[in-house]
Design a protein around this ligand. Structure first.
Ligand code: FES
Length: 116
């Protein structure tokens, strides 16, 4: 499972990544948690986090343009839904990780799968 946003709250550990003022609507933030590079998006006040890697050939998605809810890998054009990590267009065939995001006390927090 790549869509960690579907995990139960007891399976998630939230990590603060930034204050809300640091990520205005329409912007993206690049963070690393436990060796995992992530992109956190603010789309009209809703936050989403995905793994910063294309599942096709490992390209980073830092500057990848958005088309609606889909990020487009600049290298060969694969599309991924930033809400779920689901692959939406070839040449990628595997989903990328998507993580839950919440705001607590003005801090943006990304949920990572808890160590079992
Ligand atoms: S590396 Fe992203 S589509 Fe090929």
């Amino acid at each position: 499972m790549y869509n960690y946003a579907q995990l139960g709250q007891e399976q998630i550990e939230y990590v603060a990544v930034a204050a809300v003022e640091e990520l205005p609507a329409g912007e993206r933030l690049f963070v690393q948690i436990d060796q995992q590079p992530l992109i956190v998006f603010n789309i009209g006040g809703q936050y989403f986090a995905i793994g910063d890697v294309c599942s096709h050939d490992g390209n980073i998605l830092d500057d990848a343009p958005l088309e609606g809810w889909e990020v487009v890998c600049p290298r060969h054009g694969a599309h991924f839904d930033i809400r779920t990590g689901k692959v939406m267009a070839l040449p990628a065939v595997e989903d990328i990780p998507a993580f839950p995001v919440r705001v607590v006390d003005g801090q943006i927090e990304v949920g990572m799968p808890a160590e079992s």
